[in-house]
Design a protein around this ligand. Structure first.
Ligand SMILES: [Zn+2]
Length: 188
């Protein structure tokens, strides 16, 4: 069970941006998103590849992050098996970002389905990409792979890429915290 590499990347970026810009709790402690240039740099990091560095302006980074609350709501709905709500939000996102599919060749000339906004600008392009990645996940039997960490004091989101689809935590850090707590409870 595997997403194609383009969709996988879109979902990875979505997870990174949602976890970056959602206040709450992360791996056992309170989390507040960075501000100012730190936030812009983190958005640039999330949308960069090793061979292509994104350089959004502060305005572009802020505009891209406008979709984060809705993207996060998709993970929350999917994690509680409310796929109808998740699908409704994704349909709204597809419409508001005017995402459209398009076949683009890769370096070897093989064609892959990519998703674009009405222009290929940074904000609309990424917003459309995020909406499309979530749509592909929910439209396949992989909708259940969108999760919210079930460790205490953590509300970070993740995509479960494990073979059997049994991931419950955002990170190995949260998995270890829960394991250690269970161990302490047993030995008390
Ligand atoms: Zn976690």
């Amino acid at each position: 069970m595997k997403f194609d590499s383009h969709v996988e990347r879109l979902l990875d970026v979505t997870v990174a941006l949602v976890n970056l810009a959602s206040p709450g709790e992360a791996r056992g402690t309170a989390y507040a998103p960075p501000v100012g240039t730190d936030l812009v740099r983190a958005v640039a990091d999330a949308t960069s590849t090793p061979d292509r560095r994104s350089r959004p302006t502060a305005a572009q980074a802020g505009a891209l992050l406008e979709v984060v609350p809705r993207a996060r709501a998709v993970f929350e709905a999917a994690a509680s098996d409310d796929l109808a709500t998740a699908a409704g939000i994704v349909n709204d996102l597809l419409e508001s970002t005017a995402a459209r599919p398009r076949l683009d060749p890769d370096a070897e000339g093989r064609f892959q389905l990519h998703f674009h906004g009405p222009d290929d600008g940074y904000v609309r392009g990424w917003q459309a990409g995020l909406a499309s990645g979530l749509a592909v996940a929910l439209g396949s039997d992989l909708g259940g792979r969108l999760g919210v960490c079930s460790a205490p004091a953590c509300d970070r989101v993740y995509v479960d890429g494990s073979k059997n689809g049994t991931r419950r935590f955002c990170s190995t850090q949260c998995q270890s915290r829960v394991k250690a707590a269970a161990h302490r409870a047993r030995t008390r």
